[in-house]
Write a protein that binds this ligand. Structure first.
Ligand code: ADP
Length: 159
């Protein structure tokens, strides 16, 4: 059985990310959502917090595990015995960066391929950055992120 890996920052996990997870489960029996530990991005939530929020947001149907990784995504994928990286494509604006990443990753390991999934239109504008901005200003993020993330943002920003 081939394992697919969905790597990302997930700071925090949104309904757009969840949409990609659900679509990926239609293609793969086993999916690992892998939180990148990249302190350079100065995340709002720690890796452990992000993992817990993703776990609390996933359906209980199984097939998905949550993990974190340091270093190169291709090295992590290889270590997990996976052959596929899942990435989300929201709009044309994502394309250039994602194409570059996919080709670099292919160069680093030609046996690992990237599959792009498009989210439902209602999430095509949704970014973790926008969610943090709205929440920090006291705005409502319900419907944009899973309930556990709504609560976590409220406690982070004391709103
Ligand atoms: P990264 O820093 O790795 O881009 P993100 O958490 O921002 O981490 O995104 C992880 C992946 O999820 C990326 O492939 C990104 O394009 C995708 N993604 C982010 N937001 C959405 C969304 N609203 N709908 C679909 N895919 C998304």
């Amino acid at each position: 059985m081939r394992v697919a890996i969905y790597p990302g920052t997930f700071d925090p996990f949104t309904n757009g990310h969840l949409d990609i997870v659900m679509r990926s489960l239609r293609l793969f029996d086993s999916l690992i959502v892998a939180v990148a530990n990249n302190p350079k991005k100065r995340p709002l939530f720690s890796v452990l917090e992000r993992i817990e929020l993703i776990k609390a947001s996933l359906p209980k149907t199984g097939g998905v595990t949550v993990d974190s990784f340091d270093g190169l995504a291709v090295d992590y994928v290889r270590a997990k015995g996976g052959g596929v990286i899942i990435r989300g494509l929201r709009a044309v604006s994502d394309f250039e960066y994602e194409l570059q990443m996919a080709l670099i990753n292919r160069r680093l390991n030609p046996e690992i391929d990237t599959i792009f999934k498009m989210p439902s239109e209602e999430y095509s504008f949704l970014t973790s950055t926008a969610v943090k901005e709205i929440a920090s200003l006291g705005g409502c993020v319900e419907g944009l992120v899973p309930p556990a993330v709504v609560s976590a943002l409220r406690s982070k920003f004391h709103t």
